[in-house]
Design a protein around this ligand. Structure first.
Ligand SMILES: Nc1nc2c(c(=O)[nH]1)N[C@H]1C(S)=C(S)[C@@H](COP(=O)(O)O)O[C@H]1N2
Ligand SMILES: [Mo]
Length: 507
């Protein structure tokens, strides 16, 4: 038992020191985080979907916990191995540590856009190496203690005392490990000056007031940034160094170039009201948000590079290696695809892609909304595949027309109960929403303010709720009069479809 504890506590202290160090030099190089990131990239799609569905937004915490528990189990075995052969145990611990080190270096190599130099490699390897060293030294020290108090001095009281001392020591180590790890996660590398947005040349009139004031339970017309859904593969939120950040435009172009953040901020900024939806949003789900975005139009940036004739796709890349494939024709067809620098009037927050992200109205986020953007490469669908395409999702992802019922839900009181929600057909606009109660006739809902083709629309239908249970169904039409499909489809590979349905009990 004590040998097992020795293994676990040594590994815990090693990991904690590594995590602390990573907080100082390179956050993604923390051994546990790096191993977790490798797992994220390797896990097959159905498992990932399962995790996202079961654990929701907590899936990252769950993953890290699984990695930690796995490590603890292995470290326990290593500790036990030491009873037989101490060198073998130390070698195994070193092997375990090198997995974390290799993962850290591997992440750095695959995600560093600006070329991998000795500096990058060193800072990626350091946390893992030091963690390994610490774990091995602590393990050796603990074996020495175990030996001192081992079978030769088994005289009753003394053995009990040394066992107690060992236990206290282990607990102390674990507590120390926890404290160090926590400290490591607090430390943020200094990342240049915060972005200061210059004024927008032709500002838009403010987003009109929505219906949420009149209809309790209805989603607000503009999503507050704090409530905006977050979806990405990043285990630690990237904090690109703003001084060194570049946007590179290259690939099949006549004139490749790169911009600093100041260059980008000096270009004419536009404001646009756009709804962003995740392809993983189930019917009735809330992975959808709407707000005002400020940025530079992508079409201008692409034309400046003179795209070559054969190019049909823009592969955008983030500082953490994520990629998205956006059809070139979509980016050049006149819609307001932009490099967004701000949402809701304030610079992007780290979670939503600071300092700059792609945003393509009409496409799901995974094909058109790369966060922590750093590169736009003109290429072809034949030559390149993006992060999620490799993992089985559609290579193109136009947003499907969808209605969502926000209220009522569950049990309500008899009387006047508005049925209300939002509907989106991003870049086609919403023309009409209909509601059906208990399989009766489709009734036309009242639409909220029109914020534009790229923005969702609030809707409501006054309803006199009578006692009993009722089924409410809704459907939306886009602005050209096409009704959303009633074909029930799961989120993979190109977005969920079907009419949203809600059961309510009126008492
Ligand atoms: N770098 C990076 N950008 C990304 C992703 C990602 O995993 N990494 N996920 C995409 C997906 S699937 C969606 S739905 C949107 C979500 O943007 P949000 O988190 O700002 O709502 O970001 C997109 N951009
Ligand atoms: Mo997404």
């Amino acid at each position: 038992m004590t040998a097992v504890t020795a293994g676990i506590t040594s590994a815990a202290l090693g990991v904690a020191v590594g995590h602390l160090l990573a907080g100082l030099v390179s956050r993604s190089a923390s051994p546990v985080v790096a191993v977790g990131a490798v797992v994220v990239d390797l896990v097959p799609l159905p498992l990932k979907e399962f995790a996202a569905r079961v654990f929701g937004v907590a899936d990252k915490a769950v993953l890290l916990t699984v990695v930690m528990v796995g490590l603890a189990a292995l470290a326990g075995l290593v500790g036990l191995l030491g009873v037989r052969s101490r060198p073998a145990a130390l070698a195994s611990m070193a092997l375990l540590g090198s997995i974390g080190t290799v993962a850290g270096v591997g992440r750095a190599v695959t995600t560093t856009v600006a070329g991998v130099g000795p500096r990058v490699l060193a800072s990626a390897a350091l946390p893992g190496l030091v963690a390994t060293l610490v774990a091995c030294l602590v393990l050796a020290a603990q074996y020495r203690r175990l030996e001192d108090s081992g079978p030769t001095s088994m005289a009753g009281a003394q053995a009990a005392r040394s066992r107690r001392a060992f236990l206290m020591g282990s607990l102390g180590l674990l507590a120390g490990a926890g404290a160090l790890g926590w400290l490591g996660s607090r430390i943020r590398p200094v990342a240049g000056s915060p972005v200061v947005l210059p004024p927008v040349p032709s500002p838009r009139p403010p987003v009109p007031a929505g219906l949420e004031g009149q209809v309790p339970g209805l989603t607000p017309l503009r999503t507050p940034v704090a409530d905006f859904y977050r979806i990405d593969t990043a285990l630690v939120v990237p904090h690109p160094d703003l001084e060194r950040w570049r946007l590179v435009v290259d690939g099949m172009v006549g004139r490749p170039y790169e911009l600093t953040l100041d260059d980008l901020l000096a270009m004419p900024l536009v404001e646009r009201d756009i709804t962003l939806t995740c392809v993983s949003n189930p019917v009735g789900g809330n992975l959808c948000g709407s707000t005002r975005w400020t940025g530079v139009l992508v079409a201008d940036l692409l034309r400046r590079a003179a795209p070559a004739a054969g190019a049909d796709m823009v592969l955008s890349r983030s500082t953490d290696g994520f990629t998205a494939s956006t059809p070139l024709e979509v980016l050049l067809d006149g819609r307001d695809a932009m490099i967004a620098l701000a949402m809701d009037g304030r610079p992007l927050t780290p979670k939503h892609g600071a300092p700059a992200r792609l945003l393509t109205p009409g496409l799901y986020g995974y094909v058109g909304a790369t966060k922590w953007l750093t590169r736009l490469t003109l290429t072809t669908f034949a030559a390149d595949q993006a992060y999620w395409t490799v993992r089985g999702w559609a290579e193109r992802g136009p947003v499907k027309t969808e209605a969502r019922i926000d209220t009522p839900h569950g049990r309500v009181a008899e009387g006047n109960v508005p049925i209300a929600g939002v509907a989106w057909a991003t870049h086609r606009g919403i023309g009409r929403v209909e509601v059906q109660v208990d399989g009766g006739p489709w009734q036309q809902a009242v639409l909220g303010p029109d914020v534009g083709l790229d923005y969702w629309r609030q809707w409501y239908l006054p309803w006199r709720a009578t006692r009993g249970s009722h089924t409410l169904v809704a459907r939306a039409y886009d602005a050209s009069g096409v009704v959303q499909t009633d074909r029930v489809a799961d989120v993979a590979p190109d977005g969920a479809s079907g009419y949203p349905r809600v059961n309510v009990t009126v008492a």
